[in-house]
Design a protein around this ligand. Structure first.
Ligand code: ADP
Ligand code: TRP
Length: 325
């Protein structure tokens, strides 16, 4: 079973990205029994739809690689590369474009949301789901771990693949998406979906002071120390659920129900949990940050593995549509 996912290098990754997608991806690595293989890439072509600054993009690609490696991406077990190092995907993108109805793209939430916010749409942004379909279909992916907002794109991929197969026979593998039932959407400090575009994120690897500032910003109701508080509607509690065991959560519920503590105390508990969770990865992150050549070598090795598979699949697709004569 092949599992594939990508992440855009368009800004600092946050705990929403981690619990929504990165963690699941890392956990999907080879189980030692050869039942699954993980394909993971940094979606550099996709990032061009929003990033128009050369140095910023270069820095983000490198940092995304460093973060993934620090969080446990194992380049021996998995295939890990930068999307634009395997340009075959662009050829498949063009071929699939001819099997993508305009109406399908016009209905894409991510495109509609962005244009509704006044972002000036270009063709890259509009056709972005076709490139995502090419990413998925080029590698015969079976499962695509993504957060809730990306599910529609995987459904579109299924539609595009089905249309293609209807025309040319059973060439493309139809993927499934995979979403954790507990962690569907991690709330940000304002209670809305955590997103780098909303300025409501909590970082994984910021300075302790920086993360504290973000945690202290979490919006709560205005109950006083002596009031009993409701845990089930509290953003601090929702975020604690990501880091705590069931026993720890029962303890925390008792603290909410007992007068004497305020939201500031619960926020400090959350802060400790965040630091405790990510500090083991921080050391490995430092290592990769200080050894860029090692990171580049890992990525080059990943790209060459991915490229071999991409070229084989593309040959089958070119044959099927009549481009090989
Ligand atoms: P952002 O919204 O910060 O720009 P991206 O769109 O780059 O994040 O998302 C990268 C991955 O992380 C996607 O698979 C997405 O579904 C997931 N993700 C992003 N934000 C969240 C969140 N708040 N909760 C759960 N998953 C998320
Ligand atoms: N569109 C995804 C995002 O913004 C990133 C992505 C690109 C992706 N290609 C993909 C995710 C293929 C899964 C599979 O998060």
């Amino acid at each position: 079973m092949r599992i594939l996912s990508g992440i855009q290098p368009s800004g600092t990754i946050h705990i929403g990205n981690y619990f929504g997608m990165i963690k699941k991806m890392i956990e999907s690595q080879d189980d030692g029994q050869g039942n699954r293989e993980l394909f993971a890439f940094i979606a550099s072509y996709h990032a061009l739809t929003s990033v128009k600054d050369k140095e910023f993009l270069q820095k983000n690609i490198f940092e995304a690689a460093v973060n993934f490696l620090a969080l446990g991406m194992d380049p021996e077990k998995s295939t890990f590369w930068v999307q634009s190092d395997v340009p075959e995907v662009l050829e498949l993108y063009w071929i699939l474009s001819n099997h993508t109805p305009m109406g399908l793209l016009e209905r894409a939430h991510s495109y509609k949301d962005k244009t509704a916010k006044g972002i000036n749409a270009n063709h890259g942004l509009f056709s972005y789901p076709v490139l995502m379909a090419a990413d998925i279909l080029l590698f015969d992916s079976n499962i695509v771990p993504v957060g809730k907002d990306q599910i529609q794109h995987v459904e579109m991929t299924r539609d595009i693949a089905a249309t293609f197969n209807h025309t040319y026979g059973d060439i493309l593998t139809i993927p499934e998406h995979k979403i954790d039932t507990v962690v569907q959407s991690v709330p940000g400090t304002d209670g809305a979906k955590m997103s780098k575009s909303y300025g409501n994120t909590i970082d994984m690897f910021g300075t302790k002071k920086g993360i504290k500032k973000q945690v202290m910003k979490i919006v709560t109701d205005s109950k006083e120390l002596e009031d009993i508080k409701e845990w089930d509607s509290c953003n601090v509690y929702t975020l604690c659920q990501l880091f705590m065991s069931d026993d720890e959560l029962v303890e925390l519920q008792k603290r909410y129900a007992t007068p004497g503590e305020g939201y500031g105390h619960f926020k400090l508990t959350l802060l400790d949990k965040i630091n405790e969770h990510f500090s083991p990865f921080a050391q490995r992150r430092e290592h990769y940050l200080n050894n860029p050549d090692e990171v580049k070598e890992i990525l080059a090795h990943g790209a060459s593995k991915a490229r071999k598979i991409a070229q084989e699949k593309l040959k089958i697709i070119r044959d099927a549509v009549g481009l090989n004569y």
